[in-house]
Design a protein around this ligand. Structure first.
Ligand code: F6P
Length: 560
């Protein structure tokens, strides 16, 4: 028995799950008029409604007990105090310090984190203002018009998700583009429409060793320096200094690549990549929106940090989100979790949360190295709600698998036109309601009879039209997507993931599972580049499937 499964709350919840498998949400709502009031939390910018989750008062009490027995509050204190809770990498986890403008002084490894954060934010402000005002000039003396951010994973998803989500707040002084994939199709399409003389590159990589990012950075270097040379700029170094900045914790590697040291923004090892958009990794956001709006985003996140720190467990939204996830996954054994934004601007939220949650807690050993005896995180996936309705909602409504879903929408549209938003939000309310209530055979019979269908035909059709319902959902209804409320939303999920890790007894802040593939890819890259490595050697060094595919690739590729 691991530390979690031996807890009294864990066994109680196992019993509750057995009992609850046959209880329908319709009955829970019918039996309790206070259900919404009881199972929702209202904060200034949104309401969090978890009344359509498959829980009751007893289950909630046991879940809170689980949070207590797992010492969520103690772990929270450790995180905010800068203790090395990333045990396998021996690091603090302090993304909350990036948005704490109250300057809580905090020493991590002897450095005052608060003053470092302020210093870096000041540098960001100066740089952003210089570029946006046109004071920062490219090699031909022209102002910057386009920014290309090169990075992947945590150095890409957060910044692009936020840039897209807040595009209606941008003044379009600058266009911001993202290149993450090493597939040359992406960078060539991006650079194809840009003028090198007015393009600035942000190379975002915490480690500055990520192969995809380094390859793309090399291509960007060549593109820029070739154009500068053609324009008569003989000093490539000075051209690079005007067009390349980096964000990294590995300053040496950035300098070695040729980036001017003055142009390197700092990252710290106490900020995990997938929690880093609040640092200089968010530079493209600040360049796009302006520094003030970037600060508003940080303030929104900080507001949730305060809520997470101060609200009692029973009304603490990130804690509730994590408890519901563990309830659904580890106890009810639902295998996946859908993220369904009913706000087009949040279209990248599912992809962002995939990395945030699955890279953090998609693990199967607990902190002391023993195997977990329970499912950890669900498969996170999703799509903008209304598009998903015409793709996979059939599965959500009628497949044997029950997939809990988060519905995220806003009272106010960021770009209102006529009745569009009412149509959109009617679907939000309808879908979460339908997933809960379903429709019974009896109701379908009545409907088809009323339409005049012959009785024999009705019986053929009825089973196909039954929706069992009882599919749990949470609704997060924002007032409106703004820099502040988006900061709220992202921080909610960040803390949910942290608490989920505590409840599951997982180290959430490493990602060893992505290393093995990277190491093998490096070796394959060498063998693919080397014409002297033939089929026999490949067969000797790889499994027969991989060796055969590589042989075919090498024999048929065309080199550029
Ligand atoms: O996917 C693995 C990973 O290490 C992520 O954790 C990280 O966000 C991403 O690669 C990019 O890493 P870096 O910022 O060091 O280039």
């Amino acid at each position: 028995m691991t530390s979690r499964t031996s807890l009294s709350s864990w066994s109680a919840l196992q019993q509750q799950a057995l009992r609850f498998k046959s209880i329908h949400l319709n009955d829970l709502f019918a039996g309790d008029q206070q259900r919404f009031t009881k199972f929702s939390v209202e904060l200034p910018n949104f309401v969090f409604d978890y009344s359509k989750q498959r829980i009751d008062d007893n289950i909630k009490a046991d879940l809170i007990k689980l949070a207590e027995q797992c010492d969520v509050e103690g772990w929270r204190t450790k995180m905010f105090n800068g203790e090395h809770i990333n045990i396998t990498e021996d690091r603090a986890v302090l993304h909350v310090a990036l948005r704490d403008r109250k300057q809580r002084s905090l020493l991590v490894n002897g450095d005052n984190v608060a003053s470092e954060v302020t210093r870096e934010l000041d540098r960001i402000e100066i740089f952003v203002n210089a570029v946006r005002s046109g004071e920062w000039l490219g090699y031909s003396g022209q102002a910057i018009k386009d920014v290309v951010s090169i990075g992947i994973g945590g150095s890409h998803l957060g910044p692009q998700m936020v840039t897209d989500a807040l595009s209606t707040y941008a003044d379009h002084t600058l266009n911001v583009h993202y290149v993450s994939n090493v597939d040359s199709a992406q960078i060539s399409a991006t650079l194809g429409s840009l003028n090198p003389a007015t393009t600035l590159f942000v190379i975002a990589s915490k480690t500055f060793t990520t192969s995809e990012t380094m390859t793309n950075a090399g291509t960007a270097f060549e593109w820029l320096t070739t154009a500068a040379a053609k324009a008569g700029v003989s000093d490539a170094k000075s051209a690079v200094a005007k067009h390349f900045v980096a964000v990294s914790s590995n300053v040496k590697a950035a300098v070695d690549l040729g980036i001017d040291e003055q142009n390197i923004f700092c990252m710290w090892d106490w900020v995990g990549g997938r929690f880093s958009l609040w640092s200089a990794i968010g530079l493209p956001i600040a360049l796009f929106l302006g520094f003030e709006q970037f600060i508003e985003l940080l303030e929104g996140a900080h507001e949730i940090d305060e809520h997470f720190l101060n609200a009692e467990l029973a009304n603490n939204v990130p804690v509730l989100m994590a408890l519901l996830s563990v309830w659904n996954t580890s106890f009810m054994e639902f295998p996946a979790q859908a993220i369904l934004p009913y706000d087009q601007v949040l279209h990248m939220l599912p992809a962002y949360l995939q990395q945030a949650e699955m890279e953090s807690n998609g693990k199967s050993v607990v902190r002391n190295g023993e195997n977990t005896e329970y499912e950890t995180v669900p498969l996170i996936w999703g799509e903008v709600g209304i598009n998903g309705q015409h793709a996979f909602y059939q599965f959500l409504h009628q497949s044997p698998a029950v997939i809990p879903a988060d519905f995220i929408g806003s009272v106010e549209s960021v770009a209102p036109i006529g009745k569009h938003h009412d149509v959109l939000m009617s679907n939000f309310f309808a879908q979460s309601s339908a997933l809960m209530s379903g429709v019974s055979a009896q109701d379908i019979r009545a409907e088809l009879t009323a339409k005049g269908m012959p009785a024999a035909r009705i019986e053929d059709i009825v089973p196909h039209k039954v929706h069992r319902g009882n599919r749990p959902t949470t609704s997060i209804l924002l007032n409106k997507v703004t820099p502040h409320s988006l900061g709220n939303l992202i921080a909610l999920y960040e803390h949910k993931i942290f608490v989920q890790g505590v409840l599951l007894d997982i180290c959430s802040f490493d990602q060893w599972g992505v290393e093995l593939g990277k190491v093998i890819a490096k070796k394959i890259e060498t063998d693919i580049a080397n014409d002297n490595v033939g089929e026999n050697e490949l067969m000797a060094n790889y499994d027969v499937s991989t060796a055969s595919l590589m042989t075919r690739y090498k024999a048929n590729r065309r080199r550029s």
